[in-house]
Design a protein around this ligand. Structure first.
Ligand SMILES: [Zn+2]
Ligand SMILES: [Zn+2]
Length: 264
């Protein structure tokens, strides 16, 4: 029988006060309606492996960017019984500050990133301060450091990271953002990451405003939908509904099981 995995979504931070719908949708229904974001890590475990998706950010980044850190990403993982200091594999969906800001939590990990993302965040577009805004130079240095200490794998498109678990180059939101496809007992789930921030972005094909290529982001929504077994098998990157729609792990409301059917 083919391998299946448990998938966890772990919330470590929120952006509530003042976040409005026009900041999450290029064409909002109600420009000024409140539309908060959650900051999540995802973890995939089973068949003797634990793979973490993204690294979150630390207290310094939270203070600098005005986000509310509920717990460190490392603590969120520890709460689920995952020790980041011993984690061997971390998939970086992309290099934005809220995804690549915690590489130091994973001193033994190999990082898995698309070559196009590494090129983008170290390339000529970064000469423009506007394009650099979602990145932090220290995180990019961490990635280069990992590359030069043989702890970085760079991919061109679809690659199998573990039996049945594949990464897929999507683009649109950043130069080489990737999504992850995971077989579970309820079917094939796609962890979209920031290739689809909210269910509303992908279900209504209404792009997120932080975008470098709108047609590619829209094409990416199609690719993600085609890789998943249904709309509830697509998991967006920042949607506060995730914690409400899936069952909690061991009664902890900040960690939910995405490999189980939705409860709402
Ligand atoms: Zn992003
Ligand atoms: Zn993000």
């Amino acid at each position: 029988m083919a391998a299946t995995y448990e998938i966890l979504a772990l919330r470590y931070a929120i952006l509530d006060g003042g976040r409005l719908q026009y900041q999450n949708y290029l064409t909002p229904d109600d420009h000024a309606a409140p539309d908060p974001l959650d900051y999540l890590l995802f973890a995939i475990r089973g068949n003797g492996r634990t793979i973490v998706m993204d690294t979150g950010f630390d207290a310094a980044s939270a203070a600098r960017r005005g986000r509310e850190l509920l717990r460190t990403p490392a603590q969120a993982l520890l709460d689920a019984g995952i020790d980041p200091a011993e984690t061997k594999d971390v998939i970086l969906t992309h290099m934005h500050w809220d995804h690549a800001g915690g590489m130091n939590y994973f001193p033994k990990a190999t990082f898995h990133l698309q070559a196009a993302e590494m090129s983008f965040c170290t390339g000529p577009c970064m000469c423009e301060p506007h394009m650099r805004r979602p990145f932090d130079g220290d995180h990019v240095k961490d990635a280069v450091g990992a590359l030069y200490s043989d702890r970085m794998r760079l991919y061109d498109g679809t690659v199998e990271i573990a039996p049945g678990i594949t990464v897929h180059l999507i683009g649109g939101h950043s130069g080489g953002i990737q999504s992850i496809r995971v077989p579970t007992a309820r079917g094939t789930v796609v962890l979209a990451g920031d290739a689809a921030h909210m269910w509303g972005n992908i279900r209504n094909k209404n792009p997120f405003p932080l975008v470098i290529d709108i047609p590619r982001m829209l094409k990416g929504y199609d690719i993600i939908n085609s890789l998943a077994d249904g709309p509830d098998h697509v998991i967006p990157g920042h949607d506060p509904l995730i914690l409400k729609r899936f069952p909690a792990l061991n009664g902890n409301p900040e960690i939910v099981r995405l490999d189980l059917p939705p409860i709402a």
